[in-house]
Design a protein around this ligand. Structure first.
Ligand code: ATP
Ligand code: MG
Length: 385
């Protein structure tokens, strides 16, 4: 008997998240199609089909829709008209509405409020009058963030007073922004949920995240890493945020825990997330497996973490020594340590602050895992945590 032709799953964007989605889809027997303008995109390099056009190119979108049974995204700034066009022909998840919310910090904060989840005190700044009013609202010191297109701390300026705020808005070319009060953080965490077409939802454990210079550096997940009440609150909030927009797909919600123990939501990502990469090696299903299931309309079962885990992000910095000279990191020394799992994204150019890969460390106990992770960090020149 002949097995029928494999179905193709499509993805808008060819970065590392798309690459890991492609790997998961292929391991379940699907073909994949990636639309990305870059000939060397990490996902395009490993996909069955790579449609190499601009995200809004009508011909490219037509090709993607023609070959795919369903289409997802791997970065949130996919132009909304492109998603709407695709959605005329094929199921697209997450839907354009959820993606539009995540693309705009003002819409995002309004959505959080609608779902009953508190965020940091903030003001919208779209005019000089709003700028002056905001400087009187007890939001300083604060962080001025562009409403759209920010990631990895880009498009953000920390401002201590009204003068700095005015200067920062000038520097950001007076585009629409939000001014957020700088909060006294005790720690940061995130939750990843997957929600199916029927509204059924599952979640991963809460991740504890360390950021350096606005970029995720380390994620830790193990028994007892966060108070149980905080974990319950984070999971309930993430689920409410997903339900509130009838979300379909994998969603990550980031939170701040303040020094007084209270928690506020930071932002959401309508896709798998860097803080969920530990699921590749520490859980019985990864966040990318669940992305495949939600896209293909397959059942969801609650994932189980089987190992304590620490993930180290491998930024381009690791490819430079103390004298800023290029080097190849000593992977053999890292891989000689037990429980290390190296993931590299196939990027040919290392630049400082560029996400090049990540290292998952897993083990039976967190003390073991931490010891190994600290050794690996020392070998790679990553600051201890
Ligand atoms: P991402 O890559 O997660 O999309 P981003 O560029 O959207 O990042 P944010 O998540 O808004 O940036 O902020 C990056 C980091 O800056 C946060 O993880 C946190 O460490 C710090 N930060 C942001 N907003 C605040 C705040 N209001 N108070 C204190 N620290 C903050
Ligand atoms: Mg963030």
């Amino acid at each position: 008997m002949n097995v029928s032709e494999p179905l193709t799953l499509g993805v808008m964007g060819g970065g590392q998240l798309g690459r890991m989605f492609v790997h998961a889809a292929q391991s379940m027997g699907y073909f994949t199609a990636v639309l990305d303008p870059d000939a060397n995109s990490p996902a395009g390099l490993v996909s069955h089909y790579h449609i190499q056009t601009a995200y809004t190119d009508p011909e490219g979108l037509k090709q993607l829709a023609a070959c795919s049974v369903a289409i997802t995204i791997e970065f949130e700034n996919v132009p909304a008209p492109a998603l709407r066009e695709l959605a005329k022909h094929r199921p697209v998840s997450p839907g354009a509405e959820a993606v539009a919310i995540a693309q705009d910090r003002m819409a995002e904060k309004a959505h959080f409020a609608k779902c009953g989840v508190a965020c940091a005190p903030y003001a919208s700044i779209e005019s000089a009058d709003q700028l002056e009013a905001a400087s009187l609202q007890n939001l300083l010191p604060g962080i001025l963030k562009t409403a759209r297109m920010g990631y990895d701390g880009k498009g953000q300026v920390r401002v201590k007073d009204a003068h700095a705020l005015r200067q920062a808005w000038q520097d950001l070319k007076q585009v629409p922004c939000v001014l957020e009060k700088m909060l006294p953080l005790a720690l940061e965490c995130s939750v990843i949920v997957a929600r199916g077409q029927d509204g059924q939802m599952v979640n991963f454990p809460v991740q504890r995240n360390l950021h350096r210079e606005g970029i995720l550096a380390v994620t830790e997940v193990y028994e007892g890493h966060l108070p149980a009440a905080l974990q319950r609150q984070a999971i309930a909030s993430a689920r409410a945020i997903a339900d509130g927009v009838n979300y379909v797909g994998v969603l990550c919600v980031e939170f701040f825990v303040l020094q007084d123990g209270s928690m506020v939501v930071n932002e959401m990502a309508p896709r798998p997330h860097n803080s969920g990469h530990y699921t590749l090696d520490a859980c019985d299903q990864s966040q990318f497996d669940l992305q495949v299931r939600t896209l293909a309309g397959l059942p969801l079962t609650q994932p189980r973490q089987h190992s304590a885990a620490i993930m180290l992000n491998l930024l381009g910095d690791v490819w430079f020594d103390d004298q800023s000279k290029m080097r190849t990191p000593d992977w053999a020394a890292v891989l000689a340590l037990p429980g290390t799992h190296l993931h590299l994204y196939g990027k040919t150019q290392a630049r400082k602050a560029r996400k090049m890969g990540h290292l998952n460390v897993t083990g039976a106990s967190i003390s073991e895992v931490r010891q190994v992770a600290l050794k690996a960090a020392a070998i790679l020149g990553i600051e201890a945590f």
